[in-house]
Structures are given as structure tokens and as C-alpha cells.
Ligand binder design. Structure first.
Ligand SMILES: CCCCCCCC/C=C\CCCCCCCC(=O)N[C@@H](Cc1ccc(O)cc1)C(=O)O
Ligand SMILES: [Zn+2]
Ligand SMILES: [Zn+2]
Length: 503
């Protein structure tokens, strides 16, 4: 049965009861008790002001993840209190069950009036990477509004999504909307340090409850503008897969000694040569495999001659296109496993030949490769037995989620983009070059989609984890509108009838 709500759980009695309980928390005559009729996404001036003020307040709480071991737990707890106060209707609704998972993450289970419909999940995270004040136009945790922009760490990554999801639901509930399709909201507190305490625990909890999701939506892609030369129109990229990752530590041990009589080679020299070989020998170009072909085919029509012909005939022009893509760091990341030398430690004193040198390399693995293949390639490139390789952490690229006309999550996102952003005429599936919390949910659904309904230019991309991160007030209000529409679209979605030849 395709529209299974849950695979019947043994330990899920509570959840099932919760979903199955007759809806209608606001009494007879309300819209809630009448079921889900469409509510226009129009917000009063007062609501718009409240929306942006709520986001500013969220940015002011410094929920920084410093490392796996260290985060600002006081701020994480404060954030929990903050959202409860900012969205009282959500947190008091008897349509919604709220649980704190892994001490600081939040799982909201929203009951649908039709429990036979398979639930979906909206995801976001509220931890942020550190930010010192250096280089910022305004302090990173000030949430100041200037020239129509709300500034601060988390404005794009990813407090905007946390707040927009809760805000949209708050506004729907205030208007007495009663969702038909059940859904979950998962708000992680440690995505920036890999999500093992937040998203991974939420996923484990839902698995014990036997939940299977129709699809989920998380951060990871945007409505992109000016990312491709000669493509002036914005295009929405819904990432349907995500690169894998490998953190590899390279280590060289040599006998220490007096620097006045150095050996021919030191641990530092040997390691430097090895990492330099890695940097100078890019991983193979995998262009032609994976979802990028579909991305380019859909984009082809938007270019003028001759680019349209070149992109439309990759069977012939593949070598040229793949070489052009290699030239830019972002498009290069789409065609291969990338190699980034990120840490280097060696030496203890200026006149001591160091015994130990260590370097850490961060690889982002192309969807057509595996962790094992990359380790083998590294061994061949380094080709020096004195250099030991230690895998610190790794995971495979994520499966490719469907983007055909039967793929509910993809279709719902597409339909909502078309209605909220009618100026965006191009919607393409893509590859997420960074990692998100979605990887913790692969057992719950094959519909993993990464999309933020926000316009992004290359300079905005640099502000994510960089300086002067900001979102325009208009952009944020549109993000709320998008979620407001998406929730309602999920309630009215019906699978298209397959074409004759597909039957
Ligand atoms: C032809 C088409 C052109 C397409 C241009 C694509 C542009 C890319 C635009 C947006 C990509 C945004 C990716 C953002 C998601 C990244 C989130 C993030 O930073 N995650 C961390 C997670 C992580 C991983 C490992 C750790 O030890 C800690 C955290 C990341 O580093 O990936
Ligand atoms: Zn993020
Ligand atoms: Zn991030």
C-alpha cells in the first residue's frame, strides 16, 4: 500500500493513537473541524513585522557548535525556550506533539486529519558555525536590520528555515487550518558538527516507531542566480543527492634529532610532498555519470546558440563541457571528488627534527564513486609507504532521490516554487556539494530533497560560514509563504495518472 502512514509498529501505540485521534482542537464551527480548506498566503503588516522580529531574536542567541565536543549548550537550551515563546500556537496545539531529543533538538509530530496519508518531514538546524566580529559590517549575533536585510550568523544557514517552518505553521494554525496529511518537523542542534546527537537520534526514534516518510525537505540548495556565465535567469535547484565524505589523516613518523645535522628527508618534507601530490592530482572527472546530465539537459534550452546545442548534445560535446566545468571551484565540485587540504600539524621546537607530521585531507565524494575507491586512489597518488593513512570519518554519497513526475516530494516542491516564485521558470534536480542532516534519514525514505526557497548569488554563498551572512526581509517573508503553501499543497496532492506507455 503506497500511502501507508506507518509500518505497523509494536512500540508505536502512542504515536498511532496520536495520529488516529479525531482532529479538531478548536471546537465546532471552526475551519479546523471542517477540514482543510485552502488558506491564502497573505499576511498583515503586523504579522510581517512579527515574522522578521522573530528571526532577529533567533539570530541573537549564539547557538554555536565549535566541535563535536564543544557547543554553547546554554544558548541551545535558550533557543528551545525562545521558539516556545515565539510560536505559542504551535507549542500549545493539541494537533502537535513536541519532544526534545538528544537534550536540545526538537521533534514536532503534527497530526493529520487523514492518518491514512503517508507523513513527510520538514527539517532544519539551529546550530551555527562560529563567527568572530572581524570583517563583519554588523556584529554577527546582533540580528540587526540594515537596508532591508537581517544580518547575522545563521541568517541563511539555517535559522531562517527553522523559523520559517515554525512561523508558517503558527500562521496556519492561527487561521484554524487543520493539516490533512501528517508531518514531522525535525530541528537539529548539531548539524554543523555532523548531527549525531540531534538528527541521528531523531531518526533512530522514528525508526523505533516504524515511521516511513513519503519524503523530506532540508537545507542544501537554493534558487541560484549568476552561478553560470551567460545564464541570466534564476533557476531553482532541488538537490536529489549529496556527495559522500572522507576525512583522511596522513601521518609520517621519523626519528627525531638535532637540527644542526638534519637527515636528507624529514617527516615534514615527506608529508608535504605527499599532500602536494594529492593537491596536484585531482580525482578523476566523473562528468557524464549521475544526475548532472539531467540538470544540464534541462538548462540547455535556456541558453542561446551555441551553448544550447553544446549542452543539448552531451554525447558529442561531453569532453568540452566537462573541461569548462573544471575551471570553476563550484562546478568543479559537481564533476569530481574534491580534495581539500584542511589541517597540517608538525614540529615542536625550532632546533628539533620533528618526529611526527600529520595532515588532514577532506574529500567530498562524487555520487559515482565510493569511499573505498577514493582511499585506493589516494594510496596510488601518495605512493610512499612511509606515509600512513588513517580514515577518521567517512560516509558514502547519498542515493539519488526520484525527480520524475511520480515523485511526490519533488513534484510538490516544483509546484510550490512555480506558484510562490512565478518568475523562476527553470527548476532542475541537482547535487548538493556540502553535507546535510538528511544522511541520517536514508532508512526512513527514498525521497530526500534539499531545497531552501531563497534566492542566492555567488557572493551570498561565500557568506555562508563566512562573513556578513544576511537575508533580505522580503526573502525571509517569501520563505514563510513558501512553507505555508507547501504544507497546504501536501494536503491536496494526488499522484498524477501515469502516461499510457508507463502502464
Ligand atoms: C550547473 C549548476 C551550478 C550549480 C551551482 C551549485 C551552487 C551550490 C549552491 C549551494 C550549495 C550549498 C550547500 C550548502 C549545504 C552545506 C551545509 C554544510 O555546510 N554542511 C557541513 C556539514 C558538516 C560536514 C562535516 C563535518 O565534520 C561537519 C559538518 C559541511 O561541511 O558540508
Ligand atoms: Zn546548514
Ligand atoms: Zn553550515
Amino acid at each position: 500500500m503506497a500511502e501507508l502512514l506507518v509500518i505497523l509498529p509494536t512500540r508505536a501505540a502512542v504515536l498511532l493513537l496520536f495520529f488516529a485521534t479525531v482532529s479538531g482542537s478548536t471546537g465546532p464551527g471552526s475551519r479546523e473541524s471542517r477540514g482543510s480548506s485552502r488558506i491564502p498566503s497573505q499576511f498583515s503588516e503586523e504579522e510581517r513585522v512579527a515574522m522578521k522580529e522573530a528571526l532577529k531574536g533567533a539570530i541573537r542567541i549564539p547557538t554555536v557548535s565549535f566541535s563535536h565536543e564543544e557547543s554553547n549548550t546554554t544558548a541551545l537550551a535558550e533557543f528551545g525556550e525562545y521558539i516556545r515563546k515565539a510560536f505559542p500556537t504551535v507549542f500549545h496545539s493539541n494537533l502537535i506533539q513536541h519532544e526534545v531529543v538528544g537534550k536540545y533538538s526538537h521533534l514536532l509530530t503534527v497530526r493529520g486529519s487523514d492518518p491514512s496519508l503517508q507523513p513527510y518531514m520538514l527539517m532544519a538546524h539551529f546550530d551555527v558555525v562560529p563567527a568572530s566580529e572581524e570583517g563583519w559590517e554588523v556584529p554577527p549575533f546582533s540580528g540587526l536590520e540594515q537596508n532591508g536585510f537581517i544580518h547575522g550568523r545563521g541568517a541563511l544557514d539555517n535559522k531562517n528555515s527553522v523559523m520559517a517552518v515554525l512561523q508558517a505553521l503558527e500562521l496556519l494554525l492561527i487561521r484554524k487550518y487543520s493539516p490533512k496529511r501528517p508531518f514531522f518537523i525535525a530541528l537539529g542542534h548539531d548539524e554543523e558538527v555532523s548531527g549525531t546527537k540531534g538528527a541521528q537520534q531523531i531518526s533512530a526514534l522514528l525508526q523505533t516507531r516504524g515511521v516511513q516518510l513519503a519524503f523530506l525537505v532540508d537545507e542544501g540548495s537554493f534558487i541560484l542566480e549568476d552561478f553560470i556565465p551567460n545564464l541570466k535567469k534564476p533557476f531553482a535547484m532541488i538537490s536529489v543527492t549529496e556527495k559522500g565524505a572522507l576525512d583522511l589523516m596522513l601521518q609520517v613518523n621519523m626519528t627525531p634529532g638535532h637540527s644542526s645535522a638534519p637527515p636528507k628527508e624529514t617527516s615534514i618534507g615527506i608529508l608535504s610532498a605527499a599532500v602536494s601530490r594529492l593537491e596536484q592530482t585531482p580525482m578523476p572527472n566523473m562528468f557524464g555519470n549521475g544526475p548532472l546530465k539531467k540538470t544540464l539537459k534541462l538548462l540547455a534550452n535556456e541558453f542561446s546558440f551555441p551553448t544550447n546545442i553544446i549542452l543539448g548534445n552531451l554525447w558529442l560535446f561531453r569532453p568540452i563541457v566537462s573541461r569548462v566545468m573544471e575551471r570553476n571551484p563550484i562546478t568543479n565540485a559537481l564533476v569530481r571528488t574534491t580534495t581539500a587540504l584542511t589541517m597540517f600539524n608538525a614540529g615542536i621546537k625550532v632546533n628539533v627534527i620533528p618526529p611526527l607530521a600529520q595532515a588532514t585531507v577532506n574529500f567530498r565524494i562524487h555520487p559515482s564513486q565510493t569511499v573505498h575507491e577514493v582511499v585506493e586512489l589516494v594510496q596510488n597518488i601518495v605512493a610512499d609507504d612511509r606515509v600512513q593513512l588513517h580514515v577518521l570519518r567517512s560516509f558514502e554519497p547519498l542515493p539519488v532521490s526520484p525527480s520524475d513526475d511520480q515523485a511526490m516530494g519533488y513534484q510538490l516542491l516544483q509546484q510550490t516554487i512555480q506558484s510562490v516564485f512565478p518568475e523562476v521558470k527553470i527548476i532542475v534536480p541537482g547535487i548538493c556539494i556540502g553535507n546535510t542532516d538528511t544522511r541520517h534519514y536514508v532508512n526512513l525514505t527514498n525521497g530526500l530533497y534539499r531545497f531552501n526557497p531563497v534566492f542566492l548569488k555567488p557572493q551570498d554563498f561565500s557568506s555562508v560560514h563566512g562573513i556578513n551572512e544576511k537575508i533580505s526581509v522580503e526573502s525571509y517573508q517569501n520563505q514563510v509563504k513558501f512553507i505555508f503553501e507547501l504544507i497546504q499543497n501536501a494536503d491536496t496532492y494526488s499522484k498524477p495518472v501515469p502516461h499510457q506507455h508507463e502502464l
